[in-house]
Design a protein around this ligand. Sequence first.
Ligand code: ADP
Ligand code: MG
Length: 621
Amino acid sequence: MTETKQKETYSFQTEVGRLLQIVTDSLYSNREVFLRELISNASDACDKLRHAALTTPALTDGDADFRITLSADNDAGTLSISDNGIGMSHDDLLSTLGTIAQSGVNAFLEKLGDEDKDNVKLIGQFGVGFYSAFMVANKVDVVTRKAGENQAWLWSSDGKGEFSIEPADRDQRGTTITLTLKDDAKEFSEDIRLKTVVKTYSDHISFPIKLGDETLNEASALWTRPARDITPEQYKEFYHHTAHAFDDPWLTIHNQVEGLISYTNLLFVPSTRPFDLFDPERKSHVKLYVNRVFITDDTQGLLPPYLRFLRGIVDSEDLSLNVSREMLQTDPKLAKIKSSLTKKVLGELKKKGEADAEAYVSFWRDFGAVLKEGLVDDFSMRDKLLELCRFKSTHGSELTSLAAYKERMKEGQDGLYYMAGTDAEKMAHSPQLEGFRAKGVEVLLFEDAVDEFWLRHINEFDGKPFKSVTQGDANLDDIKSEDADKEQKDESENEHITQLVASFKATLGDLVKDVRPSKRLTDSPVCLIADDSGMDVNLERLLKQTGQLQALSVRILEVNPDHTMIRKLADRASGDAASNDTLLTDAAHLLLDQARIADGEEPVDPVAFGRRLSSVMSEAL
Ligand code: ADP
Ligand code: MG
């Protein structure tokens, strides 16, 4: 049917048109990368066919030697890149060479304003893939025949908005891309130039890249070579190719593991955060090879979800080549590789964190929230993961590790104090922290929602319990103060407010769980605290937001016995006229509302709050 089709002409998808315009118009400093892109695609095509031939061996009948062939005609000013990989059908051509598959590029183009000339340079950081051919060519012809099909096709375009597809002749499966080079790009039809470009960008490709009789690259899988023979540049180019990413790797983890199960991993932590990191549909980007044969890049079961930012490959001879992807997921050998890999990666991250704290912080900002998911999901790695965590704290503007916090703990301090909320800046000014600050006790400021969830499962770090400063008793008495004046204060010193506390309790009734003298306040008169037995305040807020909780629990109102206003109110509360003193009842309500406002909440009854405020102010005037 398709055999009889004549030449058809199509328009590029709008985004492609846009991309092509940028690619062709811009004075692209690094345009030699077009060759890297086309070779990368040719290599992918060989990988795909080799994988397909595992189940349908006939697909590679007659020619199982995968290779990529360059041929240049200096007189005609053409260059062609040929492969004997999987090839493309008519429909493949239509759906791939005319649209943009990588949504990252689309997102990038959207951000790129029309007149954004400077940003055009950024395009180099993205893979423009196949379309980069138009940086150097006026015309691109793709002749391709899919493995297992008889009909070949010619895709052709000058990169100006349209492309055509028509039937063509080709003896063998695979793809040949012929570029008619622009006048100022004729250098790419010179052998010497081609050799250097291939050596620079494509040496890691595992299939031979041929020019005439010569093989230009090493042609062995990069990961099988000893790490000492691989340059950082080669690692980087391999990362670009295999991850379809264009930033620099932040960390490269290359190991050849021999043991009960042998495998090789060459994994990368990107230096920029992938846009789809929190997309629930996001697949793993680590490719699985068995004995250097590509198997799948949908590798659930190879690495835990909280390491989904990793890119690269894992290759093992011990897995069976012929198992289906579904069976792979449940293969106990894969589970062993997973746990060994996970430990390895966490170990490397720890080393990097110790060696270069500053660089680690930038990693943490991009991927910390993802790693923290592991605290909830992966019990076996909890301790290792906790060591990798960094948090804000009242110690300074830098992020701290829990180990460093522990080093700074005060004599007599019985736990790691934290406050959880949504905004560390605001939390740092909370009344609940005053007493801790006065004693020089550092408080961790947890501002990620996920923190509340791991805190429900993890009670301690390295033998010390986590303690919320907004919940339960503040056990500050045992901690030596830096300031001797503030030292030791016993219960009897709070006797002067006993009456006031009783009066507040009577007035507020069910609005509070209790009223009690505070040890944690120094400057503010009051604050609210969660009961020891219940949930911490921030957790309740989160659960309420998500509808899992109807209302917040009633909290304890703590009163600062040393505050001048409280002292004066206490005098009135123990005086003769106390029983019908409206100021005392107004003050009880106003102080509760003040504490609520400090926690970012509304007064119990905003109208009553206004009325009481006016009445107290009028009296003072
Ligand atoms: P990417 O490689 O990131 O998918 P490209 O723009 O480089 O994006 O390529 C687009 C698609 O075109 C590829 O995913 C592949 O399906 C197809 N393609 C390109 N070159 C070849 C080739 N030599 N053989 C088979 N398919 C190819
Ligand atoms: Mg590509």
